[in-house]
Design a protein around this ligand. Sequence first.
Ligand code: HEM
Length: 389
Amino acid sequence: MGSNAQAFEQWIRTSFVQMNTELEDLYFARPDRAQVIGCGDSIKAALRDEGHGFVVALLAEGNTGEGFDSAYGVLGSVGLYLGALRRHELSNPAREQRSPFAEASSLALHVGASLGVAPRFATAHLATYNKAQAGIRKSFTSLRDEFLFIDENTRGILSLQCAADALARIVHIGVSSPVADVLFDAAKQALRDVVRFNGRLMLELDVERFFYSVRPYYKPYRVGRQEYRGANAGDFSGINEIDLLLGLCRANDPYYAQLLVDKMLFMPPADQARLRDCMTRTSLLDELLALAEQYHRTDWFQRNARAYLEVCELFGQTAAQHHDGLVRRFIEAPAAALGPGDLSGITASGPPLPVLLRSLEVLRDMRLAVDRPDISNRHADLDRLRRAL
Ligand code: HEM
């Protein structure tokens, strides 16, 4: 990593965090915690101007071809900087036609386009591609609830990736293989871990601190002329690999295919490649159903179909937890207390909250294979498989 990139990284891990944390404490002490305009102006100006100095130096240097890690790290840093400026209302896409931060936008566009990803920070920058230096990883603030949120998110993502890895390996040995047991077991264990991490978040995350001091950094913002939706913990391929491999969601379903297309550029390039590969595979459910009539009395069918259904059960549990335990508790409930003016930009993707909640419900119900005639789902197919046992 070059010295300009290193200096920017160092600032992001130190002064940037201190200034954001001070601002959060000021906002949080106000009678109306959602009101951030006109508060802490000198700190906001210092944050903007100090960051600008690093950005200008990096922009002048150009893309130095120092490899993926360095470029993705720079994109993360400039993205965190722009995300913080948005959070502190130094920019707001609803008021502007283009980002007021021309140099930061150019840097993000240059690096993002060269890597084949959206030119903004994504969850991976704070989670799976956030390299700790002597125990310190990048963050916006040093608030306990931000670390709790991002660390449990990352543990959840890593575990879902482990489950996806295990299921993807079954493709190559075939769902009738006697050794698929070890992979089904690994997937189940990983999903039990996700249930555990979600449970900890539900119990330990402070609703108000999360809603007022952490979530606002994930809002959409403009890079150049275009507005990019915010980051969310779903921007990795593992969750969709599980959807597709289990067959609970299908890549030829127009609703689901649109979702995959929309999120593709928010994922790291390696995830994009994994997801594309997955979209070409036959799901485990379709494979089992094709074998059911002829082989349902065999030991291998009974064992592997049962293990498959147990994986689905656990995966459904994680989806229900996300929606009913996390989204409802940490977004929907506190949003109900806000006035209409404060509601804009609450969601990371931009649509009004009720619209977003309905679309998240659809995903939950597909993953639970609920009997819902208004959405495409595998309820009847899972029933068929259960009856074969
Ligand atoms: C306090 C904790 C959490 C809250 C409040 C929350 C909330 C949300 C919201 C509101 C969205 C929709 C994106 C948007 O705002 O436009 C979303 C998407 C998503 N989140 Fe979370 N989330 C939390 C934790 C997690 C964790 C721990 C995971 C798993 C590792 C996760 C996985 C996902 C996924 C995969 C999506 C994309 C939609 C989908 O495929 O289901 N989230 N989340």
